[in-house]
Write a protein that binds this ligand. Structure first.
Ligand code: AMP
Length: 216
């Protein structure tokens, strides 16, 4: 099963992707996590990407498409994958269409977590993250509930980067949704309930497609 999680920064994509990964046993491809791993490892790409991430801007389409092309060709993606954070621009979406066709794959569902802008700004400023597993927490928590790591603030969750991230999302990423709407694949889910309630709806959206394909 190939799933695409779509939504703004702070909409809960990472949390739901973790849930889907455990549930279906397929990899979570998060382009933001991949870039942060490159930064951590001090690679050339990491050095190039670091100031871009810190400013809340987008890494170039060519670089991102190259990263995703390489990742989707890896054997663990064969049974399916959960894509998170890509495509973020219309050219990325068009390149992904071509790549999926080349690989003989297609998306079973696009799951859109909808959260109003004011709520996103509130969630992102103050959000803490586990440096080991990338789970996010509100500022009242100090250690990761899964692995006990002390939580840190992502550089791009600092106030000066939060607004640019939302602005670039509105300008470049909102049009990506229209790219997928025509195919009838998009499930819109209100991202403001409890995590459990949203997870139930996300699973239902993913499973609808599985059931349809099995009975077709
Ligand atoms: P995320 O963890 O998905 O919020 O991504 C963190 C940052 O990584 C973004 O603010 C961008 O700077 C960069 N990034 C991640 N995915 C992409 C993408 N598909 N296109 C461009 N930049 C990206």
């Amino acid at each position: 099963m190939n799933l695409l999680l779509y939504g703004a920064p702070g909409s809960g994509k990472g949390t739901q992707a973790n849930m889907l990964r455990s549930h279906f046993g397929i990899p979570h491809i998060a382009t933001g996590d991949m870039l942060r791993a490159e930064i951590q490892a001090g690679t050339d790409l990491g050095r190039q990407a670091q100031p871009i991430l810190a400013a809340g801007k987008y890494v170039s389409d060519d670089i991102m498409i190259g990263i995703v092309r390489h990742r989707l060709g890896e054997p663990d993606c064969a049974p399916g994958f959960i894509m998170d954070g890509f495509p973020r621009t219309v050219p990325q979406a068009e390149a992904l269409d071509g790549l999926m066709t080349e690989l003989g794959k297609r998306f079973d569902r696009v799951i859109y977590l909808q959260v109003p802008v004011e709520e996103l700004l509130h969630r992102l400023s103050g959000r803490l993250v586990c440096p080991a597993c990338q789970r996010t927490y509100p500022p009242v928590t100090t250690a990761c509930e899964a692995d006990g790591s002390p939580l840190v603030q992502r550089e791009d969750d600092k106030p000066e980067a939060v607004r640019p991230r939302i602005e670039i999302y509105l300008e470049k990423t909102v049009p990506v949704l229209d790219h997928y709407r025509g195919g009838g694949l998009v499930s819109e889910i209100d991202g403001r309930g409890t995590i459990e309630d949203i997870s139930r709806q996300v699973l239902a959206a993913a499973n609808v497609r599985v059931v349809k394909r099995q009975t077709a």
